[in-house]
Design a protein around this ligand. Structure first.
Ligand SMILES: Nc1ncnc2c1ncn2[C@@H]1O[C@H](COP(=O)(O)OP(=O)(O)OP(=O)(O)O)[C@@H](O)[C@H]1O
Length: 784
C-alpha cells in the first residue's frame, strides 16, 4: 500500500501533513490538489510527498483529485514548506497563492432545522433569531448566517447543533474558475452527397444559405456567431439532420488581447548601466561565483528599467523565464508597455486587477511555458514558471510588497530571495531609495551593489535622450507662511510656480501635485510597528516646545486640493488620481493616458504619483503636505517619508525642461525631509542607521508582531495582557534574555472595521526563540 502526505486546508500554525491511503484507481503525485475526508467534512489538500509508511496506523483514502495534473512542482513545494515555517502558517495556506486562481475552494457548512420542537424560552435572543431565519429560508449556509448576524452566529449555531435543534452538513464545491470553451461547427465530411441532394430540391432558402455559407468558408464556425447571423432555429434544424460536427475549442482570455505595442530597440547603455549589465550577464553564466542578488541604486530617471530589460533579454536568451514585480497595479500598464514593446508576445500579466478568467488562463499558459516574462504585483512571485532564471523587484523599497491582511503574511522581496536560492536564479532589486535593510545587506556584501548616478531627459522627439540634471528642490516652511498671514493650503512659492508652469504649458501636462493627506497615507501595519511612548498618551493639544499655541490636527485630501486648483486656475485642466477615482487598473490606465495626452495640465494625486511614473512633460511637482507620514508611530516613519518624497521629486524634469519640486512642511528641520530635498540617499542612510542602531531596531534586530483584535475593548486588552504575561513567564523560565517583549499596547490604528486592536512586539536577534516556546492561542495574528 502506498500513502500520501497531504497538507489539508485546516487552520493551524504548523507545517504538518496528514497520511492518506492512495486508492488503486487514482494516480497520485506530489503537487496535486486533492479532496480528502477530514472528520465529518471533505476538504482540499495538497500532496506533499508519497511514502510507504503512514504516520498513524489507521488511515483513510484520498477521495479524489481536483486536477489531474500536479499544480506545484518540486521547487514550489519546497518554497511552500519554507513559507509555512518562516511565516508560521499551515502548509496549505503557504501553498494557496501558488494554486491556479479560484483553485482553492473552502468547504461549506449547511444548516437546517431538525424536526423537533423546542422551548424557545431556553434560547438566547440571537439563537431565537437564527432559528427563525433558518425556519423561513430552509437549508442555509453558515456563511450567509454570519453575513446576516455577524461572527458570533457561528458559535450560536454550533450550540444549536449540540442541542439537536439544528442539523449540520458539509459540502465541498468544485473550483468555480475553469477553462472556457466555445463550440465550433462544420459540415461533417461524409454528408456531402445528402447535402447536395437536399440543396437541389429544398425550398428552405435560409437553411440552404447557412449550409452554403459553411461550405464556402470551409472552416469551422463559432456556433454563437452562426446563430447570430442565421438564427438559432436554422442552426438547430441543420444540426438535427445530423450534418454538423461540433468541436469544443478553448478560449484564451488574454488581458493584452487587442493591444499592440510598437517594437522599441534596446538603448545604448551608459558606462554605469553597462557595468551593472555585464555583472548580471556574468552571474547568469556562473550563478554562485560572486552571489546572485543585485541591488541597483539609481537616482530617479537613471535608466534602471533599461538594466532590467537587458537582464531579462539575457535570461530569455538562455531559454529561461523572468518574473518582474512592480509595487502597484497602477504601474503595471507602464511597465507592461516597456517590456512588451521590447519583447513582443512574450509577456504575461498577473495581478488582482484582472478578471478571474484572465488570471486563470494566464496562469496555465505560464505553467505550460508559453511566456518568457511575467509582470505583476506582489503575488506574481508565485507564478508557476517552469524554469525561472531571473526575478526583478522594481522599487524594491515599497511596502506594498508585504502582504498584511491574510495569511501567509509574506514579503515578496524575501520570498524572491528564497526562490532564487531554490532555483539558482538571479534577483535584481532596484530603487532610487533602497530599503535600508537591503542597502545594509549590500554594505555587508550579501547583495552586489551597482550605482546609477546619471539621469536622462526623455526628449520624446525621436532624438537620442540626453543626460539631465536632477530637479531643483525647495522646502517651504509652512509655519513661516502662517506667520506671514498666508493661511492657504498653497504656499506663495507653490502658487507662483504653478502659474508660471501653466503659462508655459498650453497643450501639455505640466504639473503633478501630491496631496499626501492623512486619509490616503496608509500607515504600515506589519510586524515591525515599533511601540513608542506616544502611543500610550493622548495626542497633545498644546505645542510641546513653546507650550503656547493650541494644536490643530491637519490633513488635506486630494478632493479638496483638486477643487482648490480648479478654482484658482479655471482654464487649466485638472485630473484627480486616487483610489476613489481609479478603482481598476483600466481606470488608472485611462486616467494616465488622458494626462499624457495633454488633456489636463495638472494632476492632483496621492502618494501613487510617487511610484515610478514617467511623464517627460511634467516640470513641476508640489507636495502639499509632507508631514503626515512622519508622525505615525512606526520606527520606519522617517524612511517611508524620505522614500516617498525622494520618489515624488523624481517625477519632475524627466523631459526637455528642467524640473522643479516644492515640498511644503511644518517640520523643515526633519532629517528625512532634508535628505529628500537634497536627494541624497547616502546622507539619509547614515542618519537613519545611526537611529536604528541607537534604538536597536532592524536591521540591527528582528521584530515579530503579535496582533489581537476583538469587538469588545476590555476583552481585547485583557487577552493582550494575558499573552504578554505568558510570554514573559516563558522567557524567565527558559532564560531567554536576548528577546524583548514590548507591550501590550493598542496598535495603530487602535480600532479598525469595528474591532479593537492590541499588539505585542518581540524584538531581538532571533525573537523566534521565544515564540517557539509559547503556543500562540487562536485569534492572534503573527506577523514576521
Ligand atoms: N542608456 C540610455 N540612453 C538614453 N536614454 C536612456 C538610457 N537609459 C535610460 N534612458 C531614458 O531615461 C529615461 C528614464 O529611464 P527609466 O524610466 O528606465 O529610469 P528609472 O531609473 O527606471 O526611473 P525611476 O526609478 O525614476 O522610475 C527614459 O526615458 C529612458 O528611455
Amino acid at each position: 500500500m502506498r500513502f500520501a502526505e497531504v497538507a489539508v486546508d485546516v487552520p493551524m500554525a504548523s507545517s504538518r501533513t496528514f497520511s492518506y491511503e492512495i486508492p488503486d484507481e487514482l494516480t497520485v503525485r506530489p503537487g496535486q490538489l486533492v479532496r480528502v475526508p477530514f472528520g465529518a467534512r471533505t476538504l482540499q489538500g495538497i500532496v506533499f510527498s508519497l511514502s510507504a509508511h503512514p504516520q498513524v496506523p489507521e488511515t483513510k483514502p484520498i477521495a479524489d483529485l481536483v486536477f489531474e495534473e500536479p499544480l506545484l512542482d518540486d521547487v514550489h513545494l519546497k518554497l511552500a514548506a519554507w513559507i509555512s515555517e518562516y511565516y508560521i502558517c499551515s502548509l496549505f495556506e503557504a501553498s494557496a497563492p501558488m494554486l491556479p486562481p479560484g483553485g482553492r475552494v473552502r468547504a461549506r457548512t449547511h444548516l437546517t432545522l431538525a424536526d423537533q420542537h423546542t422551548d424557545s424560552e431556553t434560547l438566547t435572543p440571537l439563537q431565537q433569531r437564527i432559528v427563525e431565519y433558518i425556519a423561513k429560508r430552509g437549508l442555509t449556509t453558515q456563511d450567509s448566517l454570519i453575513k446576516a448576524f455577524g461572527e458570533s452566529a457561528a458559535s450560536s449555531a454550533a450550540s444549536l447543533v449540540r442541542r439537536n435543534i439544528l442539523i449540520r452538513d458539509y459540502s465541498l464545491p468544485d473550483p468555480t474558475v475553469k477553462h472556457r470553451y466555445r463550440t465550433h461547427i462544420s459540415l461533417s465530411p461524409d454528408t456531402a452527397s445528402d447535402i447536395n441532394e437536399w440543396l437541389a430540391k429544398t425550398k428552405a432558402r435560409k437553411q440552404a444559405a447557412f449550409v452554403e455559407h459553411l461550405r464556402e468558408v470551409g472552416e469551422p464556425l463559432d456556433i454563437t456567431e452562426a446563430r447570430r447571423e442565421f438564427g438559432g432555429s436554422i442552426v438547430k434544424t441543420i444540426m438535427d439532420k445530423g450534418w454538423l460536427s461540433t468541436k469544443a475549442v478553448a478560449i484564451d482570455r488574454d488581458p493584452l488581447d487587442g493591444r499592440t505595442f510598437p517594437y522599441s530597440e534596446p538603448l545604448r547603455l551608459t558606462v554605469e548601466q553597462s557595468e551593472a549589465a555585464t555583472a548580471i550577464h556574468g552571474a547568469f553564466e556562473e550563478p554562485s561565483a560572486l552571489g546572485n542578488t543585485f541591488l541597483i541604486e539609481g537616482v530617479t530617471g537613471s535608466g534602471k528599467t533599461e538594466v532590467y530589460l537587458d537582464a531579462v533579454d539575457c535570461c530569455t536568451q538562455m531559454g529561461k523565464q523572468a518574473i518582474v514585480l512592480v509595487p502597484e497595479i497602477a504601474l503595471t500598464y507602464q511597465t507592461i508597455e516597456r517590456f512588451a514593446s521590447r519583447f513582443p508576445d512574450k509577456v504575461a500579466v498577473l495581478h488582482s486587477g484582472l478578471s478571474d478568467g484572465e488570471r486563470f488562463d494566464q496562469w496555465w499558459k505560464i505553467k505550460r511555458g508559453h511566456y518568457s516574462i511575467v509582470i505583476g504585483s506582489r503575488s506574481a512571485i508565485f507564478a508557476p514558471v517552469p524554469d525561472l532564471g531571473l526575478i526583478v523587484v522594481d522599487e524594491e523599497h515599497e511596502w506594498t510588497y508585504k502582504q498584511h491582511d491574510t495569511s501567509p503574511r509574506y514579503h515578496a522581496r524575501q520570498v524572491s530571495l528564497r526562490l532564487s536560492e531554490l532555483t539558482q536564479s538571479l534577483v535584481v532589486l532596484g530603487s532610487a531609495s533602497p530599503d535600508v535593510g537591503s542597502f545594509y545587506a549590500a554594505m555587508r556584501g550579501s547583495h552586489r551593489l551597482h550605482r546609477l548616478t546619471e539621469r536622462f531627459a526623455d526628449t520624446g522627439d525621436g532624438q537620442a535622450n540626453r543626460p539631465s540634471a536632477l530637479p531643483s528642490v525647495s522646502v517651504v516652511d509652512m509655519r513661516e507662511e502662517l506667520l506671514q498671514g498666508n493661511t492657504d493650503m498653497f504656499s506663495r512659492s507653490l502658487s507662483e510656480s504653478l502659474s508660471e508652469c501653466l503659462e508655459l504649458a498650453v497643450d501639455t501636462a505640466c504639473a503633478a501635485v501630491a496631496a499626501m493627506s492623512a486619509s490616503h497615507i496608509t500607515p504600515p501595519r506589519s510586524a515591525s510597528s515599533a511601540i513608542t511612548a506616544a502611543q500610550r498618551r493622548k495626542p497633545p493639544t498644546m505645542c510641546p516646545q513653546c507650550l503656547r499655541h493650541r494644536l490643530r490636527y491637519y490633513g488635506i485630501g486630494t478632493e479638496l486640493v483638486a477643487d482648490e486648483v480648479a478654482r484658482r486656475y479655471p482654464d487649466a485642466g485638472v485630473l484627480r488620481w486616487d483610489r476613489d477615482i481609479a478603482t481598476s487598473p483600466k481606470a488608472h490606465e485611462e486616467l494616465l493616458m488622458r494626462f499624457r495626452s495633454g488633456e489636463a495640465q495638472i494632476l492632483v494625486g496621492t502618494q501613487m504619483i510617487a511610484k515610478g511614473l514617467h511623464f517627460p512633460s511634467v516640470s513641476l511637482v508640489g507636495v502639499v503636505s509632507a508631514d503626515v507620514g512622519l508622525t505615525v508611530p512606526d520606527y520606519r516613519a522617517g524612511e517611508r517619508s524620505f522614500q516617498l518624497l525622494h520618489q515624488v521629486a523624481g517625477r519632475a524634469g524627466r523631459g526637455s525642461t528642467d524640473g522643479k519640486v516644492i515640498i511644503q512642511t511644518f517640520q523643515p528641520e526633519n532629517y528625512a525631509i532634508q535628505s529628500a530635498a537634497e536627494q541624497d540617499y547616502q546622507a539619509f542612510y547614515l542618519r537613519e542607521m545611526a537611529y536604528r542602531r541607537q534604538q536597536g531596531n532592524p536591521p540591527y534586530s528582528s521584530l515579530i508582531r503579535l496582533l489581537y483584535t476583538h469587538a469588545n475593548q476590555a476583552k481585547c486588552e485583557s487577552e493582550a495582557v494575558r499573552l504578554a504575561g505568558l510570554l514573559r513567564e516563558q522567557q524567565a523560565e527558559w532564560g531567554i534574555t536576548d528577546v524583548e517583549a514590548l507591550g501590550p499596547v493598542p496598535a495603530f490604528p487602535s480600532r479598525l472595521r469595528g474591532r479593537y486592536r492590541w499588539h505585542i512586539i518581540l524584538r531581538g536577534p532571533t525573537p523566534r526563540t521565544l515564540l517557539d516556546k509559547v503556543d500562540i492561542p487562536r485569534g492572534w495574528t503573527v506577523d514576521i
